[in-house]
Design a protein around this ligand. Structure first.
Ligand code: AMP
Length: 537
């Protein structure tokens, strides 16, 4: 109890426990408990900006004192607050007022401050998960057994692991107290209790990623890196719950995902890990995350929004199936299990696009394959790629080197388009190959630093083509010389030294972000700036 109360909660984040305590309910309870007029409580609340402070003030200035007050204990506060969530139906609001008033009337001013903040879910006393973890280790796994501070790293790691898997400090504390490290080791993944997400380390590029993620490319899996929301899906027959990376239950917000899971998952029970991405039904391209995040926050009109921005969950891990935990199984086995439990594979639930490097004969070939896979991922409108070690276990809550991300993360550049070429294939009517130039203020010239071919939607490309055709100075077949007018914001992975372009630099994997309507060509980034970024990377 104490371990959740110190963090201002009465239940873990994933257990959506609504205490039903609003500010107006609380001010009524404070007024009732203290006999202080509700308007007077309001004034204090306004002055301090905190109903907890107002409650402390009211207790101090109480017009009435309870004759027989029962001291507040941790158990009483915890049980009373938890019970609030169970009140239902007519009269439940009054019962809540009475319950909170009961606590406040037995509280001293300081206690009232914290009880009220906790009831409202506003309490923050700066105690992080790490502090609670260390405290549990110190209290129950103290090697010296005398309350001295002899806690081994292994003991702290055992508490940490148990918490990353269960996200339930009371459970972890009880196991540590009653059964020590062995007890903690038995705490595993359980249905409808989300596990913390395993996170990726950032690679400096494909080369670095390939070298770092696994001893040899033969055990590397490439996957598209999607720009959406991390989603953990728990399934038990028709019971499906969806959790975010912050362990919030968002099942209600994703009726389309729940329906797809019910239709396609063949296992009796399982826990799946993936990324939910929003799509624009007209262009069939992913929408930017800001747009998709409306679905996570939305509480009303959920079905309409699901039609407007349908979600696709790209699955990339399976943490448990039919009662068996797979956390300690290698990724290749977990993915085999994942493949075995989707039938049919509906649109809204797919395996993440992937490519194993096991068939590459040399490292050079592996790098080639990775480069074209990366370009495809960016082309499809995704964020980059993931490199994963197929032999690695799943480590909840850890940022691990067995999973590395590569994405164009350098500071974007604003660059001018001095030349453009028509694309080949489907987009052959459009100017899809754009030369990019930085500004040289000394000569008032534009100097090329690379060539862009990806990152735009069809609609954006059509607009870019229209804009550029109005700027043509000269034509050489499908290649156009342009007045350097249009400024584009460009992301890229890195800057290389190169003899290909007059600047001496070349952007690797440049990607269109947006047209900078607000910039004149002279406002574009300078060659000097490109040089500085090159030196600094
Ligand atoms: P970042 O947020 O940049 O640290 O990248 C890690 C996040 O990328 C994960 O938490 C996922 O939400 C997301 N992600 C997208 N695609 C994948 C994938 N194929 N495998 C793992 N994580 C992915």
């Amino acid at each position: 109890m104490l371990v959740t109360l110190v963090r201002g909660r009465v239940a873990p984040a994933w257990r959506s426990l609504d205490l039903g305590v609003s500010s107006s309910l609380t001010r009524r309870a404070v007024a009732k408990a203290t006999g202080v007029d509700a308007d007077r409580v309001d004034r204090e609340w306004e002055a301090t900006g905190d109903l907890g402070d107002a409650a402390a003030w009211a207790v101090e200035h109480a017009a009435q004192r309870t004759l027989f007050s029962t001291p507040l204990t941790v158990r009483r506060v915890y049980d009373t607050l938890r019970d609030l969530a169970t009140y239902e139906g007519a009269g439940s609001r009054d019962r809540r007022v009475d319950a909170v008033a009961g606590l406040v009337s037995d509280a001293d001013p300081e206690e009232a401050r914290y009880v009220v903040r906790t009831a409202l879910g506003h309490l923050r006393v700066g105690i992080g998960e790490g502090t609670v973890r260390d405290a549990i280790a110190l209290a129950f796994l103290d090697g010296a057994g005398d309350g001295d501070t002899l806690v081994t790293d292994a003991a702290v790691a055992a508490v940490d692991r148990a918490h990353q898997v269960t996200n339930d400090f009371p459970l972890v504390a009880t196991a540590a107290r009653d059964e020590g490290v062995e007890g903690l080791a038995t705490l595993g993944i359980d249905l409808f209790r989300p596990v913390k997400s395993m996170l990726a380390e950032k690679a400096e590029g494909l080369d670095d990623g390939l070298d770092s993620v696994a001893p040899a490319p033969s055990s590397v899996l490439l996957e598209h890196k999607y720009d959406g929301a991390r989603i953990q899906i728990h399934v038990d027959g028709d019971d499906v719950r969806v959790f975010t990376r912050r362990l919030e239950d968002v099942t209600e917000q994703f009726p389309d995902v729940v329906a797809a899971v019910r239709e396609a998952v063949t296992a009796d029970s399982c826990v799946l890990d993936g990324e939910a991405v929003g799509y624009d039904p007209d262009t069939e391209r992913p929408v930017v995350f800001q747009e998709f995040s409306r679905r996570i926050k939305r509480e009303n009109g959920v079905d309409r929004l699901a039609e407007e921005i349908p979600a696709v969950v790209f699955l990339f891990d399976c943490l448990a199936v039919d009662g068996e935990s797979l956390l300690d199984a290698p990724l290749r086995d977990r993915l085999d299990r994942l493949d075995g439990l989707l039938d049919p594979e509906p649109m809204a639930l797919e395996r993440a696009t992937h490519r194993s490097l096991a068939d590459c004969d040399s490292r050079a070939e592996a790098l080639d394959v990775a480069e074209s896979f990366y370009a495809d991922a960016l082309d499809a409108g995704h964020e980059g790629l993931m490199l994963k070690n197929l032999d690695a276990t799943h480590q909840p809550g850890r940022r691990v080197g067995a999973m590395m991300k590569v994405k164009p993360t350098m500071e974007p550049l604003d660059l001018v388009v001095p030349r453009a070429q028509y694309s080949e294939g489907r987009r052959s009517d459009w100017l899809g190959r754009l030369f990019l130039a930085a500004y040289d203020p000394e000569d008032d010239a534009f100097v090329e630093v690379g060539r862009l071919a990806t990152g735009y939607t069809d609609e954006e490309l059509r607009e870019i083509t229209d804009r550029l055709e109005a700027l043509v100075v000269d034509r050489d077949g499908r290649l156009l010389d342009l007045q350097p007018e249009l400024v584009l914001e460009i992301e890229y992975e890195e800057i290389q030294a190169s003899t290909e372009y007059a600047s001496g630099y070349a952007l690797r994997f440049p990607r269109f972000v947006r047209i900078r309507e607000d910039l004149a060509p002279e406002d574009a980034d300078t060659v000097e700036r490109v040089g500085e970024l090159f030196e600094g990377q």
